[in-house]
Design a binder for this molecule. Structure first.
Ligand code: AMP
Length: 188
């Protein structure tokens, strides 16, 4: 099964993806994690994206599509993947559909974690202190949220129109949200 965890920054996508990995043996493909690893390694790619990420802007579609494509054999071997933080633009969503179709598979479900802006601000304020992430600060978070609203949220109709979108209340505790995701997956 191929699943997209969809939602604004700090909605809990990474936390829920990791739980699904532990519980179901699925593979998590997080473009944010891949990009942070590139930055930490000091590679040429890392140097190219580090300023963009620090500001909270999106890196180019070509870069993230290539990162995902490299990792798809791993997803094949595991029988599917959880896409976390990807796709973030319509071009990325279309590229993902094409790559997955070429491999004889499809995106089965997009789970949207719904969290309101006030709750997001509260969550992220807690994270600023301890995260160590260069983009967990008020200025960058504002840009990340704007990027989500302007470039990523418009993907929702793309998936809704295809009947692939499930909405889950992301406001509860980690366990409550996890149960809601499990219930959604059980009916998929
Ligand atoms: P994340 O860990 O998913 O919040 O991603 C952290 C940062 O990496 C984002 O703010 C972007 O700068 C970059 N990034 C991650 N995934 C993508 C993507 N799919 N498209 C463009 N930029 C991305």
């Amino acid at each position: 099964m191929n699943l997209i965890l969809f939602g604004p920054p700090a909605a809990g996508k990474g936390t829920q993806a990791k739980r699904l990995v532990d519980g179901r043996g699925m593979v998590q493909l997080s473009t944010g994690d891949m990009l942070r690893a590139a930055v930490a390694s000091g590679s040429e790619l890392g140097q190219r994206v580090s300023g963009i990420m620090q500001r909270g802007e999106l890196v180019s579609d070509d870069i993230v599509v290539a990162l995902i494509e490299e990792r798809l054999p791993e997803a094949d071997a595991a029988g599917g993947a959880i896409f976390d933080g990807f796709p973030r633009t319509l071009a990325q969503a279309q590229a993902l559909d094409a790559m997955i179709q070429r491999r004889g598979a499809k995106i089965d479900l997009v789970v949207r974690l719904k969290v309101d802006d006030a709750a997001l601000m509260q969550r992220i304020a807690g994270r600023f202190a301890e995260s160590g992430r260069a983009d967990d600060n008020p200025e960058s978070f504002k840009v990340r949220l704007e990027a989500y609203n302007a470039q990523t949220a418009p993907l929702l109709p793309y998936y809704r129109d295809q009947g692939r979108l499930a909405e889950v209340d992301g406001m509860g505790s980690v366990d409550t949200v996890a149960q809601a995701i499990d219930a959604t997956l059980a009916t998929a």
